[in-house]
Design a protein around this ligand. Sequence first.
Ligand code: SF4
Length: 310
Amino acid sequence: MRHQKEQMKTNTLQSKVGLIILRAEHIGMCFGVRDAISLAKRVVKSRPLTVLGELAHNASVLKDLRDRGVQFNVQPSDVKTETVMITAHGASERAKSRARKSGLSLRDATCPLVHHAHKQVRQLATDGYHPVVIGRRGHVEVRGLTEDLMESDVVLSENEIDALTPRQRFGVVAQTTQPIARVRELVGYMKARCPSSEVRFVDTVCQPTKQRQSAAEELARKSDVVLVVGGVNSNNTHELARTCRRFCDEVHHVQGPDDVRGVWLPETGTLGITAGTSTPDVLIDAVEARVQELSEISREKFLQSRVALA
Ligand code: SF4
């Protein structure tokens, strides 16, 4: 792999002095987050609205919504508006009914693919499997997936699988934004670790996450440096960065154009850009423009130094 990159670098040097900027084939905001943002913008035009939690893990998107009058709150008890919105991450029926009982009117922006995960885990429990969610404990989507179940476990590592109480039947689903390769690895480990149990896995990782993960891998394989654009709270952005680090030595997680540093940019070679499912196109464009600007500056310096040497 390193050899291929070195080869690519050499070819680039021979053919042209400059930086090649590549974007991942699948990049940025998914339809679930996009639809939730559109719904919030529509609702707040007609009535005051509070969103329960972060609608998108991205500071610029949240600022835009706040500027339009949308309020954000985590606890329904702190809400000052009559109407509240559930984010694309979803919520348990228990949490929704608590909110309704306290007099709140609900708008539900749960992504259909999160609804699908809810349906699958409920079905596994109904069929007599002990539900196990591969995901980040405490994450809002995972809380929504598990809160209605009589019992369940959440795991994200081999150690946590080792600590599971033995059961005859385990029914496994995944948080929608977990990397599918790692999920399959953990399911395989669980099967090997519990040979006398039936382990039934239903793949609930969403298609946009799978596409962004495989496109990020392809991008990282071709790049000397990768920039991953997304919010600090975005789980899938962190997962994209983790995937890229497996295939590229220099990966930077940036929230926007101001985070890009000139010293990261190679004078020649390939810089890849990818972005999480909460990152708007405008931010990806701004990061790319900043890279262009910084590489122009260093190109100018390079040309000036050649003139000085001549
Ligand atoms: S990441 Fe997947 S599950 Fe989550 S909102 Fe986007 S499309 Fe839906």
